[in-house]
Design a binder for this molecule. Sequence first.
Ligand SMILES: Cc1cc2nc3c(=O)[nH]c(=O)nc-3n(C[C@H](O)[C@H](O)[C@H](O)COP(=O)(O)OP(=O)(O)OC[C@H]3O[C@@H](n4cnc5c(N)ncnc54)[C@H](O)[C@@H]3O)c2cc1C
Length: 491
Amino acid sequence: MKKVIIIGSGFGGLSITSRLRSKGFDVTLIEKHGDLGGRARTFLHNDYKYDAGPTVITAPYLIDELFSIHSEKLSDYVNLLPVKPWYRFLFENGEYLDYGDKLSTTVREIKSKYSYKDARSYIKLLKHSKRIFNKAFLELSDEPFESLGSMVKHLPELIRIRFDRSVYQAVEKHMGNKNLNQALSMHPLLVGGNPYSTTSIYLLIQYLEWKWGVFYAEGGTGKIVDALEKLLLKKGVEIKKNTEAHKIIVSKNKVIGVETNKGLIDCDAVVCNSDPTYTYKNLLGYKPNKISNNFNLKHSMSLFVLYFSTKKIYKDVKHHTIIFSKRHYELLNDIFNKKIFVNDPSLYLHRPGATDPSMIQNNNDTFYVLAPVPNNLSNINWDDRGDELSSIIIDTLQEKIMPELSQNIVDSFYITPDYFENELNTYAGSGFGIQPIFTQSAYFRYGNKAKETKGLYFVGASTHPGAGVPGVLSTSKVTEKLILRDYGDNK
Ligand SMILES: Cc1cc2nc3c(=O)[nH]c(=O)nc-3n(C[C@H](O)[C@H](O)[C@H](O)COP(=O)(O)OP(=O)(O)OC[C@H]3O[C@@H](n4cnc5c(N)ncnc54)[C@H](O)[C@@H]3O)c2cc1C
């Protein structure tokens, strides 16, 4: 039986572990931390638990598959609750728009808040998004791209769907109202991209949400991670926590083992869920042998996330509220390109208690609020600026949506780009790996299989197809195909 080591237990690592185990591989999963999940882990702080990262669960069939391939059912482990509405968009002029979960309601909302013309334009935009989805998600998201040729054959359709436009340009072309443009082009931010430079291929996310809906795991996203851990242990996977890979051992261009803080583990192959830029630099010590994959890649922005609980129950606050700053293009330019501290961030507020009453903990409401910020290629010293940004965010929430917030907070802490860099080992503390721009997509993204070293594979946000939970779960489908081609089914 072939032995495979998986480095890292994010959704990428957990999903490839499940897939390879179902094909009979002897799999050992190693994780640096004492808990699993990576960006999707759960933080416990005082008497409260907080989702650390993903809260918007889409394309749940991809999670289901990880159980069904073992003849098990996800629903026996965790309950997925539909979110209603999916998002409330709150604009700087005080207007708001409730978006999802019914198309008819959303179209009516656009019509009543804006105009009949805008509602019709939205339907056209959605049709365009569906066309992109059919090509880029249904056909290409779980296909390996191993050569330029494998990309070229898809070019005619990509040209027809205008991949050269940015998501913002594609939305603007259809809509023409500033608030709607901002709201309907926000999806790239969920996968680490600037809507003004992310290829419009990522407009597919818009239709993907309508196709399968938006969910929240009852008890928190960590319940999905717990469910996967239980499944993997039941299926005979060895899980080693508090085990950090220090070096991937390569002999005669072939992987033979992994050196960790707990000793050496031999293997036939390694799948790295650790960030590829970090992995090549720190665990391998050489650059990948692929022209497009060098260290000048553009990495995503990072995140400042404030987790807090309040004694007041803010029952009028929806589950997912996106609060737009006065500045839009300039703000994103400051974050992605100029990489400077911003004191007027746009915010995403997560209030799980709106969907799941069990997340009202100790009779208090729990939240997190997230602000996109520059990655650590900036010169920002977060030890100096963290408290300042935290106060700005609390003031903004208090003014716009949560009256008397500062008097009601009973627990709080925050993470900065330093957390992503030092704790999760992501290059420059990027929140989502490399950016989803065309020159870093498909064949141009990190390879799911290394070209230069036998037995070396990758999954996770910086590989094809990319970041976000559905993207990352799809990376493991691509990598599974490549491993099965190299080693065959081990059953
Ligand atoms: C705050 C936040 C909110 C988000 N919200 C959403 C959302 O609502 N919906 C959505 O779809 N997506 C969301 N995302 C994106 C999504 O969470 C990520 O794209 C996805 O979880 C990344 O998974 P991954 O497997 O690529 O990597 P990670 O989760 O980063 O996992 C990598 C793992 O490798 C481990 N590791 C690293 N180096 C080593 C080493 N040397 N040895 C051992 N272990 C190591 C790390 O500790 C980590 O556990 C969000 C992300 C963040 C940060």
